[in-house]
Write a protein that binds this ligand. Sequence first.
Ligand SMILES: [Zn+2]
Length: 159
Amino acid sequence: MKKSKKQTKEKRPDSLQLLKFVQGDNPALLNSLFAKDRLKTFENFVYDDQKDAYCNSKKLAAAGFRFCGDVGEPDALCPFCSKEMSFDPEDDPWDEHKKHCPKCPFVVVNELDEAKWTVDNLLLLIAALQTNEKKAAVTKLSDQLATMFNDVLLSLSTK
Ligand SMILES: [Zn+2]
């Protein structure tokens, strides 16, 4: 027992070194990795004032979600699988995440205690964030190109 505790402790510096390395590369990416940073995205979340609501910003952030709606909307997005969901007050965010996105890397890691994440867990989650960030950038670029193309077509047809 004592030995396994020691081994867990020895793993931590590796994770932290890895994080520092990745963070230096892309600080924006890490705004989604940890619950405390995801929680910052929920400002005056609609259910936080409702005492009978089970779903709140803390539980959403812990379950992997960031806020993604307009003011007053109960909408959240998982940055690891890009799933957007609208929550009801009685929802358990972690149950909903597992139910709707069984293949999400955050669900696959299946460990809400970040202190227990292994280096492999971290790599999987960071890779998912990077992939989704790149996908979002490509989608944005393709939308911009489509708009430009339509503008060109429109200008040609009115000539
Ligand atoms: Zn997810």
